[in-house]
Design a protein around this ligand. Structure first.
Ligand code: MGD
Ligand code: MGD
Ligand code: MO
Length: 759
């Protein structure tokens, strides 16, 4: 191979993931954000029985044990919130919003925690401090003047159960079911697809299942960065010699080799453990084809030798098998190979291993869900598991890796634009107001309504709404057309700065901070990826005396908006036990809620599939029919078309950028790169380090991103390219979504890549 030219900030990373590099990175995160005396104590309280839940990810902790689980990205999440840096009113006074908008989200958040409630002042183009009560009153006045269906209530998945529950009460008593939430951009295909297949939109495995599994298929997720505590689990599984088969267009280092910082021997010897037994670089968007290939091979083995499928399970528990297997018959190997980028032999080999395993877990993430057929993809995973009865037995099941630390809980307690009648009835009976029955907007629909001028106000419980959504060129201006925007947050981001006619910034307490209300210190609760609900109580002194808790801010707005409210807002905020009592009354599964969260580790919500009970309309688990192998129309298959995946670096938490490195992928100090396979570069006359322009080819609008540096990346599948989120969101069309779930196809955007025009 020709020697590649040097590209600044790009060099191969040869080590394992984890190990000493992770310890070094943690030290750096602490040094740049916190006083080093306070930091270790804070970190030791993460995920302890009486401490706070790590805001980093939704992977559970075994019994919330009392030893500190080292986790580099958990430490970054905690120190980022517990930072000593502050953004005070004098800062806002001396910086116009127009000037702040020139800064990146990284620079904005790195300035620290917001200390005071602020209101936008148009004549000076600055934010100025405002009294809480004045702000609430004005918001109430505006909301009372708007039709409720023109108001959007956004929830980011970090919000606690208590805050989310109050937020939906406020919106529903006001009269809106508009609940765009980050889950709509994330695991909505799980929330929509799994109920159709198994009766509930949640994963079915527990941590114990990982001790008993005989095979793991890991599809479309990057745990070394995004679910770092899962690496401890995978490390143990790999050391039991259990095969872990990975499907991912990118070779992610942590899935190849990982050194567990908890393992002193590995650390002392600079050793590491191989994680993936086999790594298949499936094409972006090719998972449906790959899954169908594995199942087609399995059905062929059954026809040949019998005893491959769990026929009792299929007969007793499922329906739809015949239509499903006919669909496998009519799907050709040629189509499967072309769409998946894998060979028939590869997929037959996986089928053989799968047939040998008595207990299989499939784990999956955004690589599966953020596609035009994300829901159908998720259902294929359930189908695969049905074939060998991998539900309701130890060591087996489905494991969606949730995103935000409480995104699953938010859904459980009522953040949904399509509430069930039963839930609305329970609200009506317990609270005495009539919630609206008409379904509302999800995230994409909310933004579309804002673009069309049909929605006039947006209230955000956390998050970075406009930046996280697709098509920034349309989404950003839509924010400016609002009559009212309100942001409850901890740090400044660009969505906050896209001011409407009136805009409020409400700084809130974070997870790590002490929350004292009328009846004393409060705790909140969260639900992890495995449906365990447990308490979280912050201990640190709040970043400023002016901060309020999320429940208290929501109650303040609600009281000011709804003078005749039936909800006892002040009482509820005085003691969060009372909010939990209401949750218990209105949401199934929370019996003795307050008693059960006082037990360390909390409790598990009911998961009927673990007992082979299927709460589908027919009472059976349901096979799906995918039809074909492609996720979108044929026109998109031309030779020059590449599939763009928008991904997270190792130094970011969604739109929060902690630093500019992506250590395991060998990118340092920059994010303006496009990962490309060398053969795809050759085919376009491109060289490593060339500056390129990218154009999306599925939109009526011209979506362009100019000036990324293309890097020849040996670890990416041919035909797939990758760039960082959120910089690449300008390329994602707002209407290029999975019609079943509404989730944008962030991971498979058909694009053309050309050398940048000089000048
Ligand atoms: N440190 C950190 N932790 C996080 C987050 C964070 O940003 N930073 N975000 C949180 C949130 S909200 C979420 S949702 C999760 C996200 O966690 P993940 O699900 O891991 O999300 P991503 O990093 O977006 O992408 C995952 C992987 O999908 C692969 N991929 C892309 N397209 C395809 C495809 O078509 N097929 C297959 N098989 N693979 C594909 C990419 O190569 C990448 O390795 O993490 C949560 N935890
Ligand atoms: N192109 C592309 N786009 C994507 C994705 C992708 O993979 N590719 N992923 C999508 C996914 S999976 C998700 S989940 C969304 C994420 O979308 P969001 O949830 O909207 O985004 P975040 O970046 O997590 O929000 C960060 C902000 O949350 C606020 N915050 C932090 N802590 C707290 C707190 O304790 N309380 C409150 N109230 N606020 C707090 C801070 O002000 C911070 O600026 O993005 C989606 N967008
Ligand atoms: Mo997410």
């Amino acid at each position: 191979m020709a020697i590649r030219r040097e590209v600044p900030g790009v060099r191969p990373y040869d080590g394992p993931a984890g190990g000493w590099g992770a310890l070094r990175a943690t030290t750096l995160a602490i040094r740049t954000q916190m006083e080093s005396v306070k930091a270790p104590i804070t970190l030791l309280r993460t995920n302890q029985p009486d401490g706070f839940d790590c805001p980093g990810c939704a992977w559970p902790d075994k019994e919330h044990r009392s030893t500190f689980q080292f986790c580099e990205n958990g430490a970054k999440a905690v120190t980022w919130e517990a930072t000593t840096k502050r953004v005070r009113p004098d800062f806002f006074a001396s910086n116009t919003v127009t000037s702040l908008l020139q800064m990146s989200d990284y620079q904005l958040e790195d300035m620290g925690r917001i200390t005071n409630p602020m209101v936008y002042d148009r004549p000076t183009d600055t934010f100025r401090p405002v009294e809480w009560a004045d702000a609430f009153n004005r918001i109430g006045e505006i909301l009372r003047g708007l039709p409720p269906e023109q108001v959007e209530f956004y929830t980011s998945g970090r919000a606690s159960n208590e805050a989310a529950y109050l937020f939906q009460l406020f919106a529903r008593e006001y009269g809106s079911n508009n609940f765009p939430d980050c889950s709509n951009m994330c695991h909505e295909p799980t929330s929509v697809g799994l109920p159709l297949s198994i009766g509930i939109g949640k994963g079915t495995v527990s941590l114990d299942d990982f001790d008993n599994c005989e095979l793991i298929l890991a599809i479309g997720h990057n745990p070394g960065t995004n679910h770092p505590r899962m690496m401890g689990t995978l490390h143990e599984v790999a050391r039991r010699n259990v095969p872990i088969i990975v499907f991912n267009p990118l070779k992610e280092r942590a899935l190849e080799r990982f050194a567990d910082p908890q393992n002193w021997l590995e650390m002392a010897t600079y050793g590491s453990t191989q994680i993936a037994s086999t790594y298949y670089q499936v094409a972006a968007g090719g998972d449906a084809a790959a899954l169908k290939g594995i199942m087609k091979a399995l059905l062929a083995m059954e026809a040949d030798q019998g005893d491959i499928l769990d026929k009792d399970f299929i007969a007793l528990n499922t329906e739809g098998f015949d239509a499903f297997s006919k669909d496998m018959d009519t799907t050709s190997w040629e189509d499967i190979e072309k769409a998946s980028g894998l060979t028939r032999a590869d997929l037959e080999a996986v089928a053989k291993l799968y047939a040998k395993s008595n207990a299989t877990i499939v784990t999956y993430g955004m690589g599966v869900t953020q596609h035009c057929r994300g829901t159908a993809n998720v259902r294929l995973i359930a189908d695969l598991l049905f074939l060998r009865g991998n539900f309701g037995k130890p060591g087996a099941g489905i494991c969606p890796l949730r995103g935000h630390s409480n995104v699953q809980g938010n859904r459980t307690v009522g953040i949904t634009e399509k509430p069930s009648e039963a839930f609305l009835d329970a609200i009506e009976n317990s609270l005495g107001f009539k919630p609206p029955r008409q379904h509302g907007h999800d995230a994409v629909k909310a933004m579309q309504a804002m673009i069309d001028g049909k929605s006039k106000a947006l209230i955000c419980l956390g998050g970075n709404f406009a930046v996280a959504l697709p098509d920034s060129d349309q989404s950003f201006p839509a924010m400016g057309s609002l009559d009212l925007s309100v942001h409850i947050g901890t740090k400044l981001n660009r969505t906050h700065l896209l001011v409407g006619k009136e805009t409020y910034l409400f700084p809130c307490l974070g997870r790590t901070e002490l929350d004292i209300q009328a009846n004393g210190p409060q705790s909140v609760t969260v639900e992890d990826s495995m449906s365990m609900v447990h308490a979280s109580a912050g201990k640190l002194t709040p970043a400023s005396e002016h901060l309020r808790s999320e429940p208290s801010i929501i109650a303040g707005m609600a009281e000011a908006t709804l003078p005749n409210s039936k909800v006892p807002w002040t009482d509820l905020v005085a003691d969060y036990d009372r909010i939990r009592d209401l949750i218990e009354k209105t949401v199934p599964g929370f019996q003795d809620f307050n008693a059960r969260i006082r037990v360390p580790g909390g409790f598990r919500l009911p998961l009927p599939p673990t007992e082979r009970k299927w709460t589908t309309p027919s009472g059976k688990a349901v096979f799906s029919v995918f039809g074909g192998v492609k996720e979108d129309a044929d026109v998109l298959g031309g030779e020059e078309v590449l599939r763009l995946m928008t991904i997270r670096s190792h130094d970011q938490y969604n739109t929060t950028i902690y630093a500019l490195d992506d250590r395991y992928r060998g990118v340092f100090g920059r994010r303006d790169v496009l990962f490309m396979n060398a053969a795809d570069m050759d085919g376009r006359g491109l060289e490593h380090g060339d500056v390129v322009d990218i154009e999306t080819i599925v939109s009526n609008r011209k979506l362009h991103l100019k000036g990324l540096t293309a890097i020849a990346y040996d670890n990416i599948a041919r035909g797939s390219v990758a760039a960082y989120y959120p910089e690449a969101n300008v390329l994602v069309p707002l209407d290029y979504i999975d019609p079943e779930s509404g989730t944008p196809s962030y991971k498979s955007i058909p694009v053309r890549v050309v050398r940048a025009e000089p000048g």
